[in-house]
Design a protein around this ligand. Sequence first.
Ligand code: CP3
Length: 343
Amino acid sequence: MSKIFVDACFGKETPYTPVWMMRQAGRYLPEYMEVRAQAGNFLNLCHDPKKACEVTLQPVNIVGVDAAILFSDILVIPDEMGMDLEFIKGEGPKFNDPIKTEADLNRLLGGEEAASKLTYVYDTIKLIKEQLADDKALIGFCGAPWTLATYMIEGEGTKTYNICKKMMYSDPELLHKILAKVTEVVKLYMEKQIQAGIDVVQIFDSWAAAIEPSKYDEFSWKYMVEIADYLKGKYPNIPIIMFPKGVPAFLDKVYGNFEVFGVDWSTPMGLAKEKLGDKYVLQGNMEPCRLYSKEATTECVEALQSIMGGKRHIFNLGHGILPDVPVENAKHFIAECHRVSKK
Ligand code: CP3
């Protein structure tokens, strides 16, 4: 059976415009909270293929999205490279041993050695594929090397990025060595996700906006393009979604061999269409907080449909869903996307 989500990524005509949602900071499903409580903590859940499979399928079965996103986290990569990851309640992710020097980097595992440690992710994918309906797509993902490097260098989420920016301007060679090492792991990691069964690749560059536009290509985009080139060369039938968050000033310079460009909610969809709509299918971009109001949701879905005309577009939030969004409103979003775009 064909997957309309995959067809839409390749810009083919589909009976309606597909929709999916990232949950990330989203503890909005009580069913998710229940499984997470059984697992003890978030990382245990990522390490347990049966439970990770169960929570991956929840949004498909409960709210009716057209694609499931693998349940995992972008930070399992630095964790398996040998850094010590903890998710601290109320504070988010933390590495207790951030990279300060080249010696710190050299201690970490690279390439195949690191990628082959992520067997729990590949096992989760295989389980999901056994249970996911044939017409639904499974999105596998990774973080962009830059976004992963910000955590590896700062040790935690940051408002200023001062430690990695100090490295960017005073020791760019070391930053490039970190980015290159992470890129090698990510390439193999995504290849193994594809071999395990994912239908679509998404690369998240959540902290893209931290880099000034004239440096964005050098420190982030070119590494994302390198990953896309590697995967496209071997797996041309697997579509790739690039999602750099908050880069309207870079839209004129976007290049690369991939199918879908994820538009975040701070970038007007009309602007993205004007600049990129001929080259790439666009994904996005409702402000996730609109989900607090059904009226605000409908208004935005209708506006997006009128801008995109149901063509070369995938409905999506402009970022992750928030934990206190009523499930009913999430269902309303999906139903509205399907309603306005049915041909
Ligand atoms: O939507 C999904 O559930 C898919 C799986 C997914 C998660 N993280 C699970 C998760 C995906 C695609 C991610 C990506 C991710 N992780 C990103 C990139 C996307 C983005 O939001 O920009 C980033 C930056 C991370 C790192 C990360 N993981 C942070 C900063 C946090 C803390 C968030 C918070 O509000 O405390 C996480 C935790 C996390 N990853 C959760 C989930 C479901 C919440 C954990 C929980 O409390 O259950």
